[in-house]
Ligand binder design. Structure first.
Ligand SMILES: [Zn+2]
Length: 500
């Protein structure tokens, strides 16, 4: 999953001085067990905890164990989980803990941290503390209620949306990762309070194998779900045209009170797993388009496997969100060599996929989706209690659960293939795609270099309002190199939320 890409992103954000336009909310509280249970099956969470404890600990003298004693989860930034794999003897566990969802020491810390950050971002929005919250470490959209998938163990997006539903009647979820946002769609497939829309590669066999145009929600959630399946090689013009047209219409018809945008960067050109041709600018234009609606906005990361391009993309999008123009020349910093040979923000892809998306098919698809939106009949109403929406979230979740159960019974009779497709197909894919064992965290750009990031503990929750003088090495700062290095070390903790 390449957590090192977050370190690269932070180094660029810092190098460009974008942190001066943000509140930094470092080292947010990990998600609690109670919070995880708002969506995930307690038995599944028990299994994750047991597996984490049973994982082989790293040697006591290793740098990893020293860092663990320091209370960070930063060991994930430099060490493959492959060393810690244990053998699964139970067939069910073998089926769910695949090559892409390995069991590893610190696994529990890992998902509690990224989920805690997304929850903190959601809370900052509902409390009015911020208008936009960014958690580049979040966006793990494949995790299911009781099953990991595609290196996603806990679905931070679903939990963040549930948190937002306490106070927001309608949440729009948009997913621009190249993979279908299946875990989020499944969670809200029967709900009319969350509209999920995903643009992704789909041919029936590309992971996770779901996301057909015909999947539009079910029960009360019918028409509150849209899928935009694309072929290889889509270019900027076609992607942006579809995105603006469809998302614009959805916002007009659904009238969301807040938006969650998953910004998976594997939809960029030249991604190791991807097959689209999107430029960083076009990816960022999607973010800009959503920002301009001026609704509370939670921005999350996601996929992205060519790590220097992920860092370029998320840095550019941080600039878009802060309304800051930044030069194409990348700032010097501790990871500058990763961006060789061009050292430019808007890298030009050296090869492109053939565009297999025919214009008539795209036009028909857009027309098909727009025709379904008129069935929304205005936004659904929600009973509002004194404390916000809804009166009793627990009760609402139980009702959703019941709807899903009822829906499954119907679907198993053959009326709707969706749920069966999800269960059937999820396990056929993801063989060594998302996680590459010992090579997972290496720098691709400069060959065999292991980043070996030196990470020190932060000092807990620390916030710096825009204007605070913190910066990377090349930015001239009047606090001197010591303060700059301290800031850089704090930002190396990949789990920072950026708030506007
Ligand atoms: Zn992806």
């Amino acid at each position: 999953m390449k957590p090192h890409r977050l370190t690269l992103t932070n180094s660029l954000v810092l190098g460009y001085g974008l942190h001066r336009h943000l509140d930094l909310f470092l080292d947010p509280r990990p998600a609690s067990r109670e919070e995880l249970e708002m969506y995930h099956d307690p038995k599944y969470l028990n299994l994750l905890e047991v597996k984490t404890r049973a994982a082989v600990e790293p040697p006591a003298t290793s740098p990893l164990s020293r860092r663990r004693e320091g209370g960070t989860v930063s060991h994930l930034q430099r060490k493959s989980a492959g060393d810690w794999n244990i053998t699964n003897s139970n067939p069910f566990e073998q089926a769910i803990f695949t090559e892409d969802c390995p069991v590893f020491g610190g696994m529990n810390d890992f998902f509690c941290q990224y989920t805690g950050a997304s929850l903190a971002g959601a809370r900052s929005l509902v409390s009015g503390q911020s208008d936009i919250a960014i958690n580049w470490s979040g966006g793990l959209h494949h995790a299911k209620k009781a099953e990991p998938s595609g290196f996603c163990y806990v679905n931070d997006i679903v939990l963040a949306i549930l948190e937002m539903l306490r106070y927001h009647p309608r949440v729009l979820y948009i997913d621009i990762d190249i993979h279908h946002g299946d875990g989020v769609e499944q969670a809200f497939y029967h709900s009319n309070r969350v509209f999920t829309v995903s643009l992704h590669k789909y041919n029936g066999s590309f992971f996770p194998g779901t996301g057909k145009l015909e999947d539009i929600g079910s029960g009360q959630g019918k028409y509150f779900c849209a899928n935009i399946p694309l072929e290889d090689g889509i270019d900027d013009a076609a992607y942006l045209s579809i995105f603006r047209e469809v998302i614009g219409d959805i916002i007009t018809m659904f009238k969301p009170s807040s938006i969650v945008l998953q910004c998976g960067a594997d939809s960029l050109g030249c991604d190791k797993l991807g097959c689209f041709n999107l430029s960083i600018k076009a990816h960022g234009d999607c973010v800009r388009f959503i920002k301009n609606f001026n609704l509370p906005l939670l921005i999350l990361g996601g996929g992205g496997y060519t790590i220097d391009n992920v860092a370029r993309c998320w840095t550019y999008e941080t600039a878009v969100l802060t309304g800051t123009d930044i030069p194409d020349q990348l700032p010097r910093g501790p990871y500058y060599s990763y961006f060789a040979p061009d050292y430019k923000l808007h890298k030009v892809w050296d090869k492109k996929w053939d565009n297999e998306n025919e214009a008539p098919r795209l036009r028909n698809m857009v027309a098909n989706i727009r025709s379904k939106l008129r069935y929304l009949h205005g936004a659904p109403s929600v009973v509002m209690g004194e404390e916000g929406f809804p009166v009793n979230l627990k009760e609402w979740l139980e009702q959703e659960e019941k709807r899903i159960r009822d829906g499954e019974e119907i679907e198993e009779e053959g009326d709707d293939e969706y749920m069966k497709d999800v269960r059937k197909e999820d396990r056929h894919f993801g063989k060594g795609q998302f996680f590459q064992d010992d090579n997972d965290n290496r720098g691709e750009v400069t060959g065999e270099k292991d980043p070996d990031v030196e990470v020190r503990d932060g000092d807990g929750r620390r916030r710096a309002r825009g204007g605070a003088r913190r910066g990377a090495g090349v930015v001239e700062e009047d606090e001197g190199e010591g303060a700059e290095l301290q800031a850089a070390e704090q930002l190396h903790q990949a789990l920072a939320i950026l708030m506007l």
